[in-house]
Design a protein around this ligand. Structure first.
Ligand code: SF4
Length: 154
């Protein structure tokens, strides 16, 4: 199984709690004005990588606390990310997912089994589009104040 990605960050302390491996997925249709990552929008851009290759990189770093899926829009590749998240869960790594969709939209799309599975495998969801008028550095892990952090394990 493969993922189309815009990039990777092998260690980050800014994209969720602790030290995290960050997957920036390729493809997004939200078109938030002021988006900082417009190069991630084209679903045919970026590069393909296999889940196995990603797991090898993740396994090579014993310091990791978790893995973060950022974008782009992770739910456009929900099936592959849910599979990756399942392996991360098994390794005791937490999974954090950013989405331009709202939690309620994701739940309403629950007939989409891949979306449901990715949500089920996600420990922390940061939801909602980036709104430049509401941009803030005050709320941990959020780019704008309309975004919400759902910690499903608390
Ligand atoms: S959801 Fe994220 S990647 Fe997509 S347009 Fe909005 S800010 Fe950019």
């Amino acid at each position: 199984m493969t993922l189309r990605i815009a990039g990777l960050m092998k260690e980050s302390v800014c994209d969720g709690p602790g030290i995290r491996f960050v997957v920036f997925v390729q493809g997004c249709f939200h078109n938030c004005s002021g988006c900082h990552n417009p190069q991630t929008h084209n679903p045919e851009g970026g590069a393909e990588i296999s889940i196995d290759e990603l797991l090898k990189m993740i396994d090579s770093n014993p310091l990791l606390d978790g893995v973060t899926f950022s974008g782009g829009e992770p739910f456009l590749q929900a099936a592959a990310l849910a599979k990756l998240a399942e392996h991360c869960n098994r390794r005791g790594l937490s999974v954090m997912t950013y989405s331009g969709y709202h939690y309620e939209d994701i739940v309403e799309t629950s007939e989409n089994t891949a979306w449901r599975e990715l949500l089920r495998r996600t420990d922390i969801l940061v939801d909602g589009p980036f709104i430049p008028e509401k941009a803030t550095h005050e709320i941990p892990f959020c780019g704008s104040s309309n975004q919400r952090v759902h910690n499903f394990r608390e």
